[in-house]
Design a protein around this ligand. Structure first.
Ligand code: DCP
Length: 659
């Protein structure tokens, strides 16, 4: 059976997220805008269809947008509390809500294409539906209830864009009657469209968000028609109409032809549309584009074999900041400030991703743009500790700073970006944590009197087999600690020293953050963290837990001299009251004031900790929800009369809910 593929794309996504927060904005011309660097100019990112009707477009400034649509309501993308950088978390969690619904659909393969876009292979779901009834019965049912089953479906036959709404339905009924009766592929597309109507309706009911969809036999053509009848509608593209649709399809609007290849095709052959490309003799295509020719011949016929890759996570994680015009960075201090801020935020996202998706990035690409060009390099990402990222990026950037003056930066910086990629499943806590200790030990064994410490560079070799696991199966210490300022092994022989590690109990291997209350003063501070503090640690827990774990018991450890005078029970009460446990706690007045006064690095770590806790909680909730759902599904299938009943009920019960 030919595959049935759909692309679901949320309509003006950020705008809908804001409309849900401020329901009075539903149905109004509104846009979501983002403040540019420096906080003055602001450009349109997401625009409702009501505003688009006035001519408001993405990239317009507020002034331009207001000029074409004076009644335009504008919502701003919030900024991160610590810096002038967009905080997209509300859009990401809205996206999670949608993907939660999609992942629960039975018998589909789901590929997340972006924050608001997903490909679905619904072939199996269609097959199940097909087996439930005879083709004739399905067609009769679809034709009788077309308005109910296909409330927002179009057929891309080239005439569809001119149809009035009553003609739309007539066209579907004609297609069902003529094409679907004769050809099982057409019927499968109809069933696919019906299933997607249901999924879109579920998304709307549960989230209030509207979306559109394209349904075809592969990703390329599903994508081609997904936006054809936006918003809140969907389009089927039967293979016989691909040629017709191609007549008006610009080459660069086809998936994978939006970049250099599409441009090369239009430039080389002097053509514009896919229909033009179909007219180019095959030999010429073969001659000019030998490597891409086979794929090109396929898509020219509307064929494409690319599978839907079951994926819920982004392939890479990135952060980027533009410094346009007067905001270009022209001083060393400015560059250092932004590299530090961005690295902290990036490191936080990496930790979050590690907890939520249980994966570890292996590569770090750092890049920047100045007045002269774009520069980047990729290095192994050996640690998520932001100090490493900062050093790596700064030393790379410094080599391009041509300013004579010590404090200046030239050419000025226009953009700084970093992205993590090549994810490996799992967190591999032991390796990372152990590696950090091991480097210290190796360094000591090589240069025993070396006191100077410097942060480990990210692109330096990891000595991953340094300590045997029996050596390190120790009790976990529940303090908020970070291994930092790891001394640098001084020669490349370091990785040949793996099994010979002897850490002394007095070895300072990092620091921990302790909170204390002294004479009405609540404080958090850093104190050295010694090997003896962790010799009994148990490294069965994951990296994050060790890296940034806070536990009240260690907060009132006897070792903290400031806490000695406070009785244990009182300390415990203080800690549970003042120690933030999640991001919401950080908003609590008293804690907020205290956090504000912390040194920046400690502040960042407290935030890391809270973020990680939130992410954990979210994951736990999801798992629980999933389990409950699984249990209730099991229960309901147990009470049903059996598989036959389930199949025959398929259309009667589920489908009648459409509309
Ligand atoms: N986005 C962004 N910057 C861009 C493009 C998009 O921040 N240059 C954000 C805002 C969008 C969201 O991503 O709401 C999804 O982008 P889409 O391209 O899917 O566009 P919309 O969902 O806004 O509109 P449409 O209905 O056309 O898909």
């Amino acid at each position: 059976m030919s595959r049935i593929i759909a692309l679901i794309d949320m309509d003006c996504f950020y705008a809908q997220v804001e409309q849900r927060i401020r329901p009075e904005l539903w149905g109004k011309p509104m846009a979501v805008s983002q403040i540019s660097a420096g906080g003055s100019a602001s450009i349109m990112l997401a625009i409702t269809y009501e505003a688009r009707a006035f001519g408001v477009k993405r990239g317009m400034s507020v002034k331009e947008a207001k000029k074409v649509c004076p009644s335009l309501e504008i919502c701003m993308v919030p900024n991160l509390p610590t810096m002038n950088k967009a905080d997209l978390s509300r859009y990401k969690s809205a996206s999670d809500e949608v993907f939660d619904i999609l992942t629960k659909q039975e018998s589909i393969i789901l590929e997340k294409a972006s924050v608001d876009e997903a490909y679905l292979d619904i072939t199996e779901a269609v097959e199940i539906a097909c087996n439930a009834e005879s083709s004739e019965q399905i067609i009769e049912r679809f034709m009788t209830h077309a308005a109910e089953f296909f409330p927002s479906t179009f057929i891309a036959d080239g005439e569809d864009e001119k149809l009035e709404s009553d003609q739309r339905l007539a066209r579907i009924i004609k297609w069902l009657d003529e094409d679907c009766r004769m050809d099982s592929l057409q019927l499968n597309l109809a069933i696919g469209a019906y299933l997607i109507e249901k999924i879109r309706k579920e998304i709307f009911t549960k989230t209030q968000f509207r979306c559109s969809a394209g349904i075809g036999i592969n990703k390329i053509i599903a994508k081609l028609v997904c936006a054809r009848h936006k918003p809140n509608q969907q389009t089927i593209i039967p293979p016989q109409f691909v040629a017709k649709v191609y007549e008006t399809t610009p080459i660069n609007s086809v998936r994978n032809l939006g970049g250099k290849l599409g441009k090369a095709l239009t430039d080389t052959f002097g053509i514009k549309t896919m229909a033009d490309l179909q007219m180019v003799p095959k030999e010429q295509i073969l001659h000019e584009f030998p490597e891409q020719s086979i794929w090109l011949f396929k898509i020219m016929q509307g064929n494409d074999d690319e599978p839907i890759r079951p994926r819920l996570q982004q392939k890479s994680l990135a952060i980027s900041k533009n410094f346009p015009g007067v905001y270009k960075l022209r001083s060393v201090a400015g560059v250092e400030k932004w590299v530090t801020n961005l690295s902290a935020e990036f490191s936080k996202r990496l930790y979050e991703d590690q907890v939520v998706n249980q994966r570890t990035a292996l590569n770090l690409t750092i890049s920047f743009r100045n007045d002269e060009g774009f520069y980047n390099k990729t290095v192994p990402l050996n640690s998520y500790v932001n100090i490493g990222i900062i050093n790596n990026l700064l030393s790379f950037m410094r080599s391009y700073n041509k300013a004579g003056d010590k404090e200046a930066w030239h050419p000025p910086i226009k953009n700084i970006s970093m992205s993590a990629s090549r994810f490996r499943e799992g967190v591999d806590s032991q390796t990372k944590q152990i590696t950090l200790w091991a480097e210290k030990a190796i360094q000591r064994s090589l240069t025993p009197n070396e006191n100077e410490t410097k942060p480990r560079e990210l692109n330096e070799p990891v000595t991953s087999k340094c300590v045997t696991s029996t050596e390190t199966k120790k009790k976990r210490s529940d303090s908020f600690k970070t291994v930092d300022h790891i001394p640098q092994p001084s020669t490349s022989k370091q990785s040949e020293q793996p099994e010979l590690i002897q850490l002394d109990s007095d070895d300072e291997i990092g620091y921990e953050i302790v909170s204390s209350k002294n004479e009405n003063d609540l404080k958090m501070e850093r104190r050295p963290f010694y090997y003896r503090d962790v010799v009994n640690d148990e490294f069965n827990e994951n990296y994050n837990e060790i890296q940034t774990s806070v536990n009240e018991s260690s907060m009132h450890s006897e070792q903290n001299p400031r806490e000695k005078d406070i009785p244990l029970t009182e300390r415990s009460a203080i800690m549970s009251r003042y120690m933030p446990k999640n991001l919401d706690d950080l908003k609590n007045g008293e804690i907020k004031d205290m956090i504000e006064q912390l040194p920046e690095d400690i502040k960042q770590e407290v935030m890391h900790y809270c973020t990680v806790q939130d992410a954990r909680e979210m994951k736990a909730k999801r798992t629980q929800k999933h389990e409950t759902l699984k249990r209730s599904k099991r229960k309901s299938s147990d009470t049903a009369a059996g598989p036959e009943k389930k199949i025959s009920d398929f259309f009667k019960t589920k489908s009648s809910k459409i509309g």
